[in-house]
Design a protein around this ligand. Structure first.
Ligand SMILES: NC(=O)CC[C@H](N)C(=O)O
Length: 367
């Protein structure tokens, strides 16, 4: 191989050769595709992608460079980044540098000049697969042996905040459980003047309630929700206690599991900025930002206290639920947007109203 070349090898044996950018080395992950035309920096820094190699279906990436505003966490968490063409000379008034340098600084491997259409079609037909991205000369047989090993299952613990911290505000006190939270979630709460206390994923119910929260926010996060039994147990206790709870993405899945519903792995998931979701309560359709590979199974809601509130218009999968007897609701998509549309921003207002109603003793169950 030339010293600029890199390879992406999938567990089904498919091999792509391209040009490397960013860091060098070898890294394994689950290969997934995102269909957003923009938003690569938000994708790179969304901790929900920890453990995954992401390919962008839009063919030109890096064209507006990198800046300090479009980040969703402390650092990029993806295990690799795959693009068709990397823009050599970015142009944007906010741009502070290029993607190549940015990924190198953060130790993330990138590969360009890949037929991302073929790769995406392979993922769509064979489902999400393990893959290895390498700039080394490792023989394919050795790479495939590596792929035979199970992937990590402790992503949440790798990305959650090690310590509790506070983003002060004058308004309602919200404890946000950080399972790998995008900063957009805190930003949306602070925009509503909330006093936000961010706690680690392993925080106990007692620790959470000691803050006397008016509401609890369950964040997005990486991996299979079944790999976090400690989180399912805490969410179950919080629901029983009766504190208002709003869950986003992984938070939604945890509410499902804590209430006796099931989750399952999707064939290739939803990752992009234009997924249509219908609010069954109003009939209104929203264009949503999404990033998930697991979902709550609709048939498993039967017999639980959860009511289906939102459905994906493309494939009719569960996109939102609320609790019959408790002030708890959640969505599988991202009202905090970034990347993607702000259409669902009002869900944060719904959370504010719910906290007011509970605080003033006006909240009534749905049953
Ligand atoms: N963005 C998220 O919270 C993703 C949730 C979960 N890790 C999934 O892939 O389904």
């Amino acid at each position: 191989m030339s010293n600029r070349s890199a390879r992406l090898v999938l567990e089904n044996g498919l091999e792509f050769t391209g040009q490397h950018f960013g860091a060098t080395g070898e890294r394994v992950g689950e290969v997934v595709f995102n269909t957003g035309m923009t938003g690569y920096q938000e994708v790179l820094t969304d901790p929900s992608y920890c453990g995954q190699i992401v390919t962008m279906t839009y063919p030109l990436i890096g064209n507006y460079g990198v800046n300090v505003d479009n980040i969703e966490s402390r650092q990029p968490y993806v295990h690799g980044f795959v693009v068709r063409r990397l823009a050599a000379e970015p142009s944007h008034f906010k741009s502070l540098g290029n993607l190549d340098d940015y990924l190198r600084q953060h130790g993330i491997l990138g590969i360009s000049e890949i037929d991302t259409r073929q790769l995406t079609k392979a993922i769509r037909s064979d489902g999400t697969m393990k893959a290895v991205l390498t700039t080394e000369n490792t023989p394919v047989s050795v790479l495939l042996d590596k792929l035979a090993q199970p992937l990590m299952t402790d992503q949440i613990l790798r990305v959650t905040t090690p310590q509790t911290y506070r983003c002060p505000g004058e308004g309602r006190r919200v404890v946000a459980i950080d399972y790998g939270m995008k900063s957009g979630v805190v930003r949306s709460l602070l925009a509503r003047r909330c006093d936000v206390i961010v706690v680690p994923a392993t925080a106990s119910t007692k620790e959470i309630l000691a803050w006397k929260p008016e509401g609890v926010m369950l964040s997005n996060g990486p991996g299979d929700p079944l790999d976090a039994p400690y989180a399912i147990a805490t969410v179950k206790e919080l629901i029983q206690y009766g504190v208002p709870v709003f869950g986003i993405c992984l938070g939604h899945q945890l509410i499902g599991l804590a209430s006796g519903a099931r989750t399952e792995k999707m064939r290739f998931g939803h990752r992009g900025a234009n997924h249509p979701v219908k609010d069954l309560r109003t009939g209104k359709v929203y264009i949503t930002s999404q990033n998930h590979g697991y979902m709550v199974s609709e048939d498993s809601l039967r017999g639980t206290d959860l009511i289906l509130t939102h459905l994906n218009v493309n494939d009719r999968t569960v996109e939102g639920m609320m609790h019959r007897h408790r002030p708890v609701f959640c969505v599988q998509y991202h009202p905090e947007a970034r990347p993607g549309p702000d259409d669902s921003d009002e869900l944060f207002d719904e959370f504010m109203r719910m906290m007011d109603e509970v605080g003033e003793g006006r909240w009534t169950a749905h049953a």
